[in-house]
Write a protein that binds this ligand. Structure first.
Ligand code: ZN
Length: 190
């Protein structure tokens, strides 16, 4: 397991459509399964970088793999926990009608925060790292994180989803001018 370099905005891979994962290759047995190794390395990288999620293009791999994880702590007490989950070939199959706005960050745009409006509920179909079909009905914070990460597989980053760029800020200034108190802070970077 190892920590990989993060592709930052400007790296062309962040603008590509990621390739689907071959499920046979994903589940092939043997100690040197490259896709399983990549998933382990992505988990290490996300945790090392304090991310809430990571997508394979962010480690410069054009593959449809995302990972999410969030544990509530004192710095960010307002969000629900998200258990560590791997989504292979994820697709959003349903969007709820109601929307909500959330200050997003991104490991590939690390010091920026932007207010993004997205549907509050989504249904995501995907495969687990063991190749099992999953259907996840997500709402709230998890729905935001999944939409953000799946966007990376479509060559999109959160600023593409913003409708008002006056609500884009450096993290430090955002903390100074846009948050009223420590407990209102969002996650470090999705
Ligand atoms: Zn991101």
């Amino acid at each position: 397991m190892s920590v990989l370099n993060i592709a930052r905005l400007g790296h062309p891979i962040l603008r590509e459509i990621a390739k689907p994962v071959d499920l046979k290759a994903l589940t092939a047995s043997g100690g040197d399964n490259e896709l399983q190794q990549l998933i382990d390395d992505m988990i290490d990288t996300m945790q090392e970088e304090d991310g809430v999620g990571i997508a394979a293009p962010q480690v410069a791999r054009s593959l449809q793999i995302i990972i999410v994880e969030y544990e509530e702590n004192e710095r960010y007490p307002s969000q629900d926990d998200i258990p560590l989950s791997v989504y292979v070939n994820p697709k959003i199959t349903h969007y709820g009608k109601e929307t909500a706005s959330f200050w997003e960050g991104c490991l590939s745009l690390k010091d920026l925060r932007g207010l993004v409006t997205r549907p509050q509920e989504v249904t995501v179909e995907a495969y687990s790292r063991e190749g099992k079909k999953m259907v996840v009905e997500a709402k709230g914070f998890l729905a935001v994180v999944l939409q953000h990460e799946i966007d990376h597989l479509l060559g999109k980053v959160f600023i593409d989803r913003m409708t008002d760029l006056t609500q884009l800020a450096w993290a430090k200034e955002w903390q100074t001018y846009w948050t009223e108190k420590e407990s209102d802070q969002g996650p470090e970077a999705i």
